[in-house]
Design a protein around this ligand. Structure first.
Ligand code: NAD
Ligand code: IPM
Ligand code: MN
Length: 366
């Protein structure tokens, strides 16, 4: 298979972990006889520095032509005082909108070996395996520009959703639930917000199209509590943009680190941008210690969702699992035992495992 992949490293540890994903994909290409061609484009703070624009038009063009996109992370203190239109985050929001990537899938799975890396009790966390389906191109993040205001005395952000925007993300979540444990939790604030009332109405209407899926509604405050007190209760969670942002960082605590979570940002037709859930981590950038697993698992999601390369995606996931099972982990995973490894070392261990596993499969079946 021949594929063109655009890499958007961005800022901070984004530039470090994207190298890990590329290395892993090169190993997959070699072992499974694919040709992946990579081109690097600017986004975020580094694009402000190089092009005076957090999302240069050339980046958008390249992304539109690509078969899939991998993004590291954007942002950092250097650009924190910039005006809104010159913030790195504008680049990320801009590419999501330009490609209509409305469905953000954020799987959260507690690895057995890392149960003690979570500050939560291991017996609570054990068996956690959930998927957050976050609406990604609407809500507060994309309030009507003419209504957005900061005149020094008062500020306005608007939260708007159309019925169609809600329907398509709710459909996506039902479809995900059908392929999993058939349990869907819709998270909203319907006791206060108009947008949430419509959200709940749409979920109730869509229920009829997916009779096998059990549906519940939770208010976001209660959901935030339940997510860490009873995480195995959840299968698929569907929620609007900002709630999804917040509860996914919270859910990362189940895995031991924010650095563990991958994500896929998808359009209706399968076009996808794949990015870890974490940010540019200025506190550890440049030290070579960033956890590359969220990024590497995002590459696995790319193989599965955009290229239908399920075996190759599984090879990456198995390699991550094995390296963790062997006791290796980056320092963000606070464990008493095991072997500390940096970004490069973790990546090389994962790559080695992919190569050895594929060689042994070949001995058995070639
Ligand atoms: P962050 O996710 O960058 O970091 C939060 C904490 O988690 C930090 O202590 C960091 O060291 C740790 N962490 C995150 N990823 C890690 C990894 N892979 N390995 C080890 N430790 C990891 O969030 P923040 O500090 O609030 O934000 C920093 C910048 O990143 C801001 O400019 C923010 O806007 C941006 N951001 C970007 C994205 C994105 O590009 N998708 C996501 C979140 C935040
Ligand atoms: C994320 C990030 C972004 C978001 C920011 C950087 C705009 O936090 O991808 O989770 O809130 O969507
Ligand atoms: Mn976030």
């Amino acid at each position: 298979m021949e594929k063109q992949i655009v890499l958007l490293p961005g800022d901070g540890i984004g530039t470090e972990v994207i190298k890990s994903a590329k290395k892993v994909l090169e190993a997959i290409a070699e072992e499974y006889h694919h040709t992946f061609t990579f081109t690097v484009h600017a986004i975020g703070g580094s694009a402000i520095d190089s092009n005076g624009d957090p999302l240069p038009p050339s980046t958008v063009e390249a992304c539109k032509k690509a078969d899939a996109i991998l993004l590291g992370a954007v942002g950092g203190p250097k650009w924190d005082q910039n005006p809104s239109h010159l913030r790195p985050e504008k680049g990320l929001l801009g590419i999501r909108k330009a490609l209509d990537l409305y469905a953000n899938l954020r799987p959260v799975k507690a690895f057995e070996k890392l149960l003690h890396a979570s500050p939560l009790k291991a017996d609570r966390v054990q068996g956690s395996d959930l998927l957050i389906v976050r609406e990604l191109t609407g809500g507060l993040y994309f309030g009507t520009p003419s209504e957005r205001r900061d005149d020094g005395k008062s500020v306005v952000d608007t939260l708007a959703y159309t019925r169609t925007e809600i329907e398509r993300i709710v459909d996506k979540a039902f479809q995900c639930a059908q392929g999993r444990k058939k349990h869907l939790t819709s998270v909203d604030k319907a006791n206060v917000l108009e947008s949430s009332k419509l959200w709940r109405e749409v979920v109730e209407q869509k229920k009829a199209d997916y009779p096998e899926v059990e549906v519940e509604h939770l208010l976001v405050d209660a959901a935030a509590m339940k997510l860490i007190t009873n995480p195995t209760h959840f299968d698929v969670i569907v929620t609007e943009n900002m709630f999804g942002d917040i509860i996914s960082d919270e859910a990362s605590v189940l895995t031991g680190s924010l650095g563990m979570l991958p994500s896929a940002s998808l359009r209706e037709d399968g076009v996808g941008l794949y990015e870890p859930v974490h940010g540019s981590a200025p506190d550890i950038a440049g030290q070579g210690v960033a956890n590359p697993i969220g990024m590497i698992l995002s590459a696995a999601m790319m193989l599965r969702h955009s290229f239908s390369l399920n075996e190759e995606a599984e090879a990456i996931e198995n390699a991550v699992q094995s390296v963790l099972d062997n006791g290796y982990h980056t320092p963000d995973l606070r464990m008493h035992n095991g072997q500390k490894a940096g970004t490069k070392e973790m990546t090389d261990l994962i790559v080695d495992h992919i190569k050895t596993a594929s060689a042994s499969t070949c001995i058995m079946s070639c």
